[in-house]
Ligand binder design. Structure first.
Ligand code: GDP
Length: 527
């Protein structure tokens, strides 16, 4: 059965290096969509006032701040779900997994800096899943690098076709405006000092139009004509299929701070970014039009209040029309869960809403039953694939200050690994529990949470192992034989799956070479 009148969604994330302007751009997007208002503008309206306070009560009771995880705004009849990717220098699996829940991404680049390390890392994750990317070159109000150089850098470093959709007339002190190449519109800063930077728009007949000479300085007009012509001729033209396949990125220039070019970016998302697509699953991909309500958990957030053990599981809805109170069954484990108080982010001003559609995110309060990677479905039998656990890059041994706290430590490590903060490996021999993380910051988070939430005083010590791989084999006998032979380097993860630990990459390669029947995997998908 197909569902008609499904509201159209754009579910996306912003990827960028810290300081490129993600927060500023997010704010401006939300303002453009009317989702946030200047102080004093929000007026409580009868019915909504009650609904809104209900929602806040839930936030308070549970002590969970979910406010910034998913931000929803409407524009031009479409609903945009912006998923926040944690913006630390040192990123975690959380970031990766959030990108599994979006249909497209906006890549923000600082015009003075170009592609930076975190931009590239996040881009690589998008590429793995062919997530289409719109590029926003930010901070054109400041001196930046030559636009050609920036475009070439994107093309060379990310191996993407680039298509300039707009062109800046100068940057910094020389900035005069931005030319919209497809629509032949020149956008210019306001003359006055009202604070509205993007004040004027003038349609022209093309780059040859004489009016450009009146609107811009002589230098500016000349420069725009020379550069834009070269840009149009020198780069790919826009191709919707190329963009949606993740091979081409349309590039927009602007300034988040001055609110310049932000509206063009929203329009680009509206016009080009894909609405929810079919999601990879077993036994078959799930189309958003399927009537069966399905989704997967991509993030679990624990209570900020250590007195409570509640968690919020963030589920991306993949198909069907979700209604509040409906029962969903986690595939593979557990009984149906009645979702009575879902947190639905698309409702304006944080009302509790009653329904959600594919592409929307639903926050489901639970006591630790739901885990990252879980599939939830009205009619079970579906399992979404492709939400990997990544092999940790840093391994540490956990040493307890007080040995009587072993039980608490185990509980804490299990909980935190469920949440995706760390991975934990329990060696078959000995009691040296090993934690693994993708980035250094996760170790700091671990120690602080052990102390404050679990009252466990622990230290992290160097681990005898440096590399971890999940192992599997077609035949049980082969796997058993391998485990028997390498028992001192074997561990189980939180789910009891076997993991081989090696002292270094060389040893890992060596053992791998000698064990052709065993599959060593740097990622694990939950079953
Ligand atoms: P994030 O770390 O990517 O979230 O970056 P922020 O949005 O916090 O911005 C980092 C800094 O750059 C802040 O000081 C912003 O005010 C500044 N910034 C952001 N966008 C612009 C812009 O378009 N122009 C200028 N000049 N500064 C900007």
């Amino acid at each position: 059965m197909s569902i008609s009148n499904r509201p159209d969604r754009r579910t996306f994330a912003i990827i960028s290096h810290p300081d490129a302007g993600k927060t500023t751009l997010t704010e401006k997007l939300l303002m453009a969509g009317g989702a946030i208002h200047l102080a004093g503008e929000v007026k409580a309206r009868g019915q909504n006032r009650r609904a809104r306070s209900d929602w806040m009560k839930i936030e308070q009771q549970r002590g969970i701040s979910v406010t910034s995880s998913v931000m929803t705004f409407e524009y031009d009849g479409l609903t945009f779900n912006l998923l926040d990717t944690p913006g630390h220098e040192d990123f975690s699996e959380d970031t990766y997994r959030t990108l599994t829940a979006v249909d497209s991404a906006v890549m923000v680049i600082d015009a003075a800096k170009g592609i930076e390390p975190q931009t590239r890392k996040l881009f690589e994750v998008c590429r793995l899943r062919s997530v289409p990317i719109i590029t926003f070159v930010n901070k054109v109000d400041r001196e930046g690098r030559d636009p050609f150089e920036l475009l070439d850098e994107v093309a060379d470093q990310l191996q993407l076709d680039v298509c300039p959709m707009s062109w800046p007339v100068g940057m910094g002190g020389q900035f005069e405006g931005i030319y919209d190449i497809a629509n032949d519109v020149l956008r210019m800063p306001a003359d006055d000092a009202t604070g509205a930077f993007e004040g004027r728009r003038e349609s022209v007949s093309g780059l040859d139009d004489d009016r450009l000479d009146a609107l811009l300085s002589d230098e500016g007009a000349q420069r725009l004509r020379d550069e834009a012509e070269l840009a149009v001729g020198g780069y790919a033209s826009f191709d919707a299929a190329g963009y949606r396949g993740g091979d081409l990125t349309p590039v927009y220039f602007g300034s988040a701070l001055k609110d310049f070019g932000v509206e063009e970016l929203i329009r680009a998302l509206a016009a080009h970014a894909p609405s929810p697509r079919a999601q990879p699953a077993e036994p078959a991909a799930v189309s958003p039009d399927d009537a069966n309500v399905t989704g997967f958990v991509f993030k679990v957030q624990a209570n900020m209040d250590p007195q409570h053990r509640d968690r919020i599981a963030f589920m991306r809805l993949c198909s069907g029309r979700f209604r509040r109170g409906m029962k969903l069954t986690p595939t593979g484990h557990g009984k149906p869960i009645a979702v009575h108080s879902p947190i639905l982010f698309f409702a304006r001003e944080r009302e509790l809403a009653d329904e959600a559609w594919p592409g929307d995110i639903i926050g489901i309060p639970n006591h630790g039953t739901l885990r990252v990677g879980d599939t939830l479905a009205e009619q079970p039998g579906v399992r979404f694939t492709g939400l990997p656990n990544f092999a940790p890059e840093i391994l540490r041994r956990v040493a307890l200050a007080d040995p009587t706290k072993t039980k608490q430590l185990r509980k804490a490590l299990d909980d935190l690994s469920e949440e995706g903060v760390i991975q934990v490996f329990y060696p078959e021999i000995g009691s040296q529990w090993i934690v693994g993380v993708v980035g250094q910051l996760q170790l700091e988070v671990l120690i602080s949470r052990l102390q404050h939430e679990y009252k466990v005083d622990a230290r992290l010590e160097p681990s005898p192992w440096d590399v971890a791989r999940w192992i599997a084999a077609d035949s049980d006998a082969d796997l058993k034989a391998f485990i028997g032979l390498h028992r001192s380097a074997l561990a189980n993860d939180r789910d009891g799956q076997p993991v081989f630990l090696a002292r270094d990459a060389w040893e890992m390669n060596y053992v791998q070479g000698k064990s052709p029947a065993i599959r060593f995997s740097a990622t694990k998908e939950r079953h």
